[in-house]
Design a protein around this ligand. Structure first.
Ligand code: LP5
Ligand code: MN
Length: 240
């Protein structure tokens, strides 16, 4: 039995092929897994569980079907969908996890996280993240009418895309020292994250011990997952 990890699908009504690819992945792969972990940026953006977007209901139903088939699904928030809350969790049957979680699979201790918290060189983003993760600000935002929230999210998306044009690739990648500190803090051999859209398995030598940082790919034109069994950990890309 395997445990599957995915992230950065950025599901949206404007990308029906990715939605179709995810629904197929549920039916043909996830259904046979021990569990499915979604590590953030599952939706392209999320402005509240009260958003009546039909795509959200379609995905919730598909995840509930997976749960009813005996495959639990766990979710870690990304920087686009950090407002996913208990109502969507109940409707979809997913379990919301904290932003970092250590799993023990076979002999491996694996830290799972979205990955944006490792990008400490991106100071503008870390300042922004602190603000939007403030519970009071989130509460105020949730009280706004839906159409206002949509407008704000749209402005935030365009501002982000604009700012990203002037940021180096290095700034938007993980900070090596943050990775080492995180490995030491959680005392794991592996970490699996998304966010950077740079799929790979990196080795990190800490005090002559090799650790592994697995990075998931975004679902632009193909699926990307980590498949973990007691024996091995594989990064797999597959057509939708
Ligand atoms: O998302 P992406 O890939 O473009 O870039 C990310 C970082 N940017 C973000 C911002 C999101 O894209 C914005 C969309 C969120 C939708 C949900 C709305 C919920 C609102 C809740 C309010 C409580 O995450 C980007 C990183 C990049 O990853 C790589 O790591 O660099 O970070 C930035 O661009 C930082 C910017 O400085 C912040 C941009 C947001 C602008 C906020 C002010 C505008 C508000 C307008 C209100 C009228
Ligand atoms: Mn992200």
């Amino acid at each position: 039995m395997c445990t599957l990890f995915i992230a950065d699908l950025h599901l949206s009504e404007h990308e029906p092929a990715i939605t179709a690819g995810f629904l197929r992945f549920l039916k043909e792969q996830a259904i046979y897994a021990k569990a499915l972990y979604i590590l953030g940026d599952f939706f392209d953006f999320w402005i509240g569980d009260d958003d009546p977007n039909p795509l959200h209901q379609q995905i919730a139903q598909a995840l509930m079907t997976l749960k009813n088939a005996g495959v639990p699904c766990y979710f870690i928030h990304g920087n686009r969908d950090f407002l996913i809350g208990s109502r969507f969790a109940k409707e979809s049957g997913i379990t919301l996890l904290p932003q970092e979680k250590v799993l023990e699979i076979g002999k491996n201790r694996i830290l799972i996280l979205h990955g944006d918290t490792l990008c400490t060189d991106d100071e503008a983003y870390q300042r922004y993240r602190k603000k939007v993760h403030n519970k009071f600000i989130q509460r105020l935002f949730s009280l706004l009418p839906l159409f206002i929230r949509l407008r704000i999210a749209d402005k935030m998306r365009s501002r982000s895309q604009h700012e990203n044009q002037y940021k180096s690739d290095a700034i938007m990648d993980v900070n090596p020292q943050a990775v080492i500190d995180t490995f030491k803090h959680f005392n794991t051999e592996w970490m699996i994250h998304g966010h950077t859209h740079r799929p790979a398995i990196h080795t990190v030598n800490i005090d002559d011990k090799i650790h592994y940082r697995g990075v998931l790919g975004a679902w632009h034109t193909e699926g990307s997952m980590f498949k973990v069994t007691d024996e091995k950990i594989e990064l797999i890309h597959f057509p939708f």
